[in-house]
Design a protein around this ligand. Structure first.
Ligand code: 4NP
Length: 177
């Protein structure tokens, strides 16, 4: 498929979890994969980060890499911790769970920030009111499979919104002053 021309500025999306080794690298990889299928990669800058620093520099957890591979995609990159500049540099920051969301809101408190901060599952059409992508780290492989599906359908819906409306993703106006 040929790539559509980029917008003036690619929209930037940062996926955030706790360790940046399980959920957010999966979300980053899935989002990129879905964008590639739509010929839309040139319109996005995508990254992931963790609110904690324990795994900085490590590759994605092998269980996340495995589930990704089972579904035909490869995860890249190594873990990094979120930094306050992320709040200026990204248009949209998507937290995996409410704890990660709170941590990002705390990081942005009292600053002028550019990013809209939301939960990834705010975009999940089948969330049934459950807003978190659960942390699979201490569980088994089926937890990773379940997380993959939650992430995939949320990212697909997110891309629908972003591709339909050029300034979409601006789901809220949570700018601190
Ligand atoms: P993630 O999963 O936030 O999805 O990357 C975790 C990774 C590591 C830890 C917890 C959750 N940990 O406690 O080290």
């Amino acid at each position: 498929m040929s790539e559509s021309p980029p917008l003036d500025r690619p929209r930037s999306v940062l996926f955030v979890c706790l360790g940046n080794i399980c959920r957010s690298p999966l979300a980053e990889g899935v989002f990129l994969h879905l964008a590639r299928e739509r010929g839309a990669t040139a319109r996005y800058r995508v990254d992931s980060a963790g609110t904690g620093a324990w795994h900085v520099g490590e590759p994605p957890d092998p269980r996340s890499a495995e589930v990704a591979q089972r579904h035909g995609l490869r995860l890249e990159g190594s873990a990094r911790q979120v930094r306050s500049e992320d709040l200026k540099e990204f248009d949209l920051i998507l937290a995996m769970d409410s704890e990660n969301l709170r941590a990002m809101e705390h990081l942005g408190a009292g600053r002028t920030i550019a990013a809209n901060i939301a939960l990834l599952r705010d975009y999940d059409p089948n969330s049934d009111g459950d807003r978190d992508v659960p942390d699979p780290y201490y569980g088994g492989t089926d937890g990773f499979e379940r997380v993959f599906h939650l992430i995939r359908r949320s990212c697909a819906a997110l891309l629908n919104v972003l591709e339909e409306r050029p300034s979409a993703g601006d789901t809220s106006d949570r700018r601190s002053s």
